[in-house]
Design a protein around this ligand. Structure first.
Ligand code: LLP
Length: 465
């Protein structure tokens, strides 16, 4: 009986989501939403995972990051099932925790059967704090310090993803000191342009990450890794970029990687066990962004890899993918309280909020688009053109330019910025000594704090007089 109820709940969770863009009709006003966990209730209030965001703002204060736990779990399951269905065996998705790293998220992804990609001792420490199984963790970054390497090995990290020869040498030396054999993947650059914004394109030959196949450095590092005693070369890794919508990119990258694997087999009789294709699938920040069908994309990649492996006559490697953004982005929403409204006749209008580039630097850094909705007036027509700006002391502190809000937007209104689950909290700062907002998780009918709001006292905790 209990089992049947649990099974039904699971089914509901998995199937309640529609995958298409959602348009909500409230009292005759058509509102478009970028994700189907967003609705509007009878009071005209914006709801997130079914919960009234105006009430959440009252309960927890603003600014506040909301995270929809149900959506995170759903996104994890889409990846888990697709990896199981199309690759099987040990193949597994690894949550790229740089997208949002806090203790609770490691428990959630672990419960959903994902491994993790970690990039610093800080992320390892956070994962450890949550009791994450470190044998399922892959340690990236292009410049791991000796301390990072020693710490990761002492935590029992499953895999290093070594970026370059110096790092490989450091892993060998420290693994020898600790008398362990350490599994390592080599990060390679397949020379693929992912057609995304420059700051997040990483697979091109001139990238600061990895060793290029084209220049012969990938082969050199492979040969060298095979000669080491405490490094166990387990396979290869590549990551072409982030916020990628062109699915062809993964097909081309995996082709190049499999050809390299086949080349290494021929030249050194080395059979790579693992191929990690990195992360990068794009998400919808605004309505014009396409929706990516993850299941269909993974099937396409799997079909292509299987055909290529057969053609090259090499063993099918264990496949990993490292989604970050597509696990957490649409599970996030940030709520702010509106403050000053400045109208400069003939020029432009500003709506200021009680947060800004300190909690979301993505427009300042990448001019990233976002959808903004007034949460307490979500059913009102939007004709007031303005820029949503933060409260930091610089003009670049903008969350979004040229958006439309209701004409009567005023001090005290609640502004919601959608799709903020990825690279917002993890990139937040204390610029202008502004404390970081809390993370409040919503789940079913409940909500709870996963990360507390920073206090003013927290800001001086490390200051020495
Ligand atoms: N694997 C590796 C090795 C990565 O470098 C990244 C992201 C991922 C996986 C995850 O990619 P995702 O699925 O999240 O696209 N701060 C930027 C994004 C930087 C991405 C860095 N690497 C932003 O806010 O857009």
């Amino acid at each position: 009986m209990i089992f049947a109820a649990a099974f039904l709940k699971l089914l509901k969770l998995v199937y309640k989501r529609k995958e298409s863009p959602v348009r909500v009709n409230v009292r005759g006003v058509e509102i478009s939403m970028v994700c189907d966990n967003i609705t509007v209730n009878g009071k005209g209030h914006l709801c997130f995972d079914g919960q009234d965001t105006v009430e959440l703002a009252q309960k927890y204060g603003t600014p506040v990051y909301l995270m929809d736990e149900d959506r995170i779990r759903y996104n994890c399951r889409v990846y888990r099932r697709a990896m199981e269905k199309y690759f099987g065996g040990e193949s597994m998705a690894l949550y790229a925790s740089k997208a949002a790293s806090f203790a609770k998220i490691y428990s959630i992804v672990s419960e959903e059967g994902l491994g993790a990609d970690v990039v610093s001792s800080g992320e390892i420490y956070t994962a450890m704090a949550a009791g994450f199984d470190m044998s399922k963790a892959f340690f990236h970054s292009n410049n791991k310090t000796d301390e990072d390497i020693a710490y990761a090995i002492s935590c029992g990290i499953g895999f290093f993803v070594a970026d370059n020869v110096e790092e490989l040498n450091a892993i060998e030396r420290i693994a020898a000191q600790k008398n362990v054999k350490q599994k390592v993947l080599l990060r390679l650059t397949p020379g693929i342009d992912p057609h995304t914004y420059a700051a997040v394109a990483t697979g091109k030959v001139d990238s600061k990450f990895g060793s290029a196949i084209e220049t012969g450095q990938a082969e050199e590092i492979t040969k060298y890794a095979l000669s080491l005693e405490h490094v166990v070369l387990d396979g290869f890794h590549c990551h072409v970029g982030s916020q990628v919508f062109d699915s062809d990119v993964y097909l081309r990258a995996s082709d190049v990687m499999l050809e390299f694997i086949s080349d290494m087999k021929k030249k050194y009789n080395y059979s790579a066990k693992r191929l990690d294709l990195g992360g990068g699938y794009g998400v919808r920040y605004i309505e014009s962004h396409p929706h990516i069908d993850i299941d269909a994309n993974i099937k396409q990649v799997a079909d292509s890899i299987k055909a290529k492996a057969a053609q090259l006559n090499i063993e099918m490697p264990v496949i990993h993918m490292e989604p970050g953004r597509s696990i957490v982005a649409d599970a996030g929403m940030t709520l702010y309280t509106v403050g000053t409204i400045k109208k400069i006749p003939g020029y432009k209008n500003y709506v200021s909020i009680d947060g800004g580039m300190t909690d979301n630097p993505r427009f300042a850094l990448y001019r990233s688009p976002y959808t903004v909705i007034l949460a307490n007036k979500a059913d009102k027509p939007c004709d007031f053109e303005c820029s949503l700006v933060g409260r930091c002391c610089e003009s670049g502190d903008i969350i979004q330019e040229n958006i439309k809000l209701p004409d009567d937007v005023s001090r005290g209104d609640i502004a919601a910025v959608l799709t903020t689950g990825a690279y917002n909290y993890s990139m937040a700062s204390n610029y202008n000594r502004i404390p970081r907002p809390p993370i409040v998780m919503v789940r079913g009918n409940e909500s709870y704090v996963a990360v507390k709001r920073e206090s003013l006292a927290d800001l001086v905790a490390n200051d020495v007089l």
